[in-house]
Design a binder for this molecule. Structure first.
Ligand SMILES: [Ca+2]
Length: 368
C-alpha cells in the first residue's frame, strides 16, 4: 500500500513507459529469441544477489535501538538483541529500485492479473464469509463492500499472499542500508521501523516473526506500520488491532483508511468521457494527472464530452489515462473517491483493478 508512495511522483502518466519498437520488429525479436532458447530460459532466470548479512552489533543500528529504548522506557539490551538479529537483505535493496524502462503500460494485461477466475472465486468466498462485516463497514464508513473486497483481493489475494520477508529485515535494510542509485528514503524507513517496533510492543507481537512485503507492508491489507498506527482499527471488538489474523479488522481498517483520505459516501469513483481532438486541450486536461482539478463546466469548455451523471457531479474531477500498450489509451473521469483509492497505492491501474475486481464480485453474487 502506501509504501508505494515512496516511488511515486505527482505525474504518474508522464512516467508511463512506452515501447517504441514496431510489431514487425517485435515478432522478429521473438523469433530470434525462440531460436536461441532465450524465451524459455528468461522467466526462470533468477537475479543473482549477495547473501543476507546479519546486522549484528552494528553501531548505527545499536545507537538507534538505545535511543528508542530510552524514549519508550523499554529494556535496552532486549531491543538491541532483537535488532542485532535483523538481516540486511540485498534482494530488498534490488526490489526497492525503480522498474527498468522499456515495458509498455498495458491496462488489459494489468487487469488480467487481478480479474481472473481464481481470484474471483476467492473473493466470492471471502465476501460470503465476511458478509456481515463488509455490510457493517459499508453502513458505518460509506465505502461499498465491493470496493473493500476488491482492494483486499488485489493487495493479498484475500490473505493468501501477504509477503515472505521478515518485516524487521525489510525495514532495517531500507532504513540503514538503503541502496544508492535512487532518492534516499532511509529516514522514512527508519521511522517505519520505529512504528513497527512500537506496534509489536503494543500488540504483543514478536518483531522477529512478523512477515510482510519487501517494503515492510503487513497483513491482509498490506498496511505499513505507520498506517497501521494511524488508520487501522479493531473492527471485531476483541480489543486488538490485528491486520495479520483478523479479516474483520482488515475490512474496517481499509474503510477507515479510505475515509481518512477523502472518501465520500455515495459518490461514484469515476464517469465516462470522450476526449477532445485538439492536442492543446488534451494536454491541459491531462496536466493535473489524477488530482481532481476540473468542474464539469471546465471539462466541457475544453471540448470533453462527458456523461449525464458527470454533468451533475458536484465537485472536481480528473482525467485519468490508462495506456493500452501500442493501442490507443482509454480515458475516464476520476472523482475525489477515485483519488482516495490512489492514496492506498498511487496508480490509476491499481485503482481500476480494485474497482473492476469489486464489480466482478458483485456480478457473480447477483448470478448466484
Ligand atoms: Ca480486533
Amino acid at each position: 500500500m502506501d509504501s508505494q508512495q515512496l516511488s511515486k511522483t505527482p505525474s504518474l502518466t508522464l512516467r508511463l513507459q512506452i515501447i517504441t519498437i514496431t510489431r514487425a520488429e517485435a515478432l522478429l525479436l521473438v523469433a530470434a529469441l525462440l531460436l536461441s532458447g532465450a524465451i524459455e530460459a528468461a522467466p526462470r532466470k533468477k537475479v543473482k544477489v549477495a547473501e543476507p548479512q546479519a546486522f549484528g552489533a552494528r553501531a548505527d543500528l545499536m545507537r538507534f535501538g538505545a535511543a528508542l529504548a530510552a524514549e519508550q522506557g523499554w529494556d535496552v539490551d532486549q531491543l538491541q538483541t532483537q535488532l542485532a538479529q535483523a538481516r540486511s537483505l540485498p534482494v530488498v535493496q534490488k526490489l526497492i529500485m525503480p522498474a527498468p524502462a522499456g515495458q509498455a503500460k498495458n491496462w488489459a494485461a494489468y487487469r488480467a492479473r487481478f480479474i481472473e477466475p481464481r481470484r474471483l472465486r476467492a473473493g466470492l468466498a471471502f465476501w460470503e464469509l465476511n458478509e456481515g462485516t463488509l455490510a457493517r463497514a459499508e453502513v458505518i464508513y460509506g465505502v461499498p463492500a465491493a470496493l473493500i473486497a476488491g482492494l483486499i483481493g488485489v493487495e493479498t489475494f484475500y490473505g493468501q499472499i501477504t509477503g515472505g520477508f521478515r518485516t524487521l529485515d525489510a525495514l532495517a535494510t531500507l532504513g540503514f542500508d538503503f541502496p544508492a542509485g535512487r532518492s534516499d528514503r532511509s529516514a522514512y524507513f527508519r521511522g517505519e521501523l520505529v512504528e513497527f517496533l512500537k506496534l509489536c510492543h503494543r500488540e504483543g507481537l514478536d518483531p522477529l516473526t512478523v512477515k510482510g512485503s519487501y517494503a515492510g507492508a503487513i497483513g491482509w491489507p498490506q498496511f505499513m506500520p505507520g498506517s497501521w498506527t494511524r488508520y487501522a482499527i479493531d473492527f471485531d471488538g476483541d480489543g486488538h488491532v490485528d491486520l495479520i489474523n483478523s479479516p474483520a479488522d482488515a475490512i474496517g481498517s481499509v474503510a477507515n483508511y479510505l475515509v481518512q483520505h477523502g472518501w465520500q459516501r455515495g459518490m461514484p469513483t469515476h464517469y465516462s468521457l470522450a476526449m477532445p481532438m485538439a492536442t492543446s486541450a488534451r494536454a491541459q486536461l491531462l496536466a493535473p494527472d489524477i488530482r481532481p482539478s476540473f468542474t464539469a463546466a471546465q471539462l466541457q469548455q475544453l471540448g470533453a464530452v462527458i456523461s449525464e451523471a458527470a454533468l451533475e457531479h458536484d465537485g472536481l474531477m480528473a482525467v485519468v489515462e490508462l495506456q493500452n500498450g501500442r493501442a490507443a489509451p482509454s480515458f475516464s473521469l476520476g472523482t475525489t473517491n477515485f483519488y482516495a483509492l490512489t492514496r492506498y497505492n498511487w496508480s490509476s491501474y491499481y485503482a481500476f483493478a480494485v474497482i473492476e475486481l469489486g464489480q466482478g464480485l458483485v456480478k457473480l453474487r447477483q448470478a448466484r
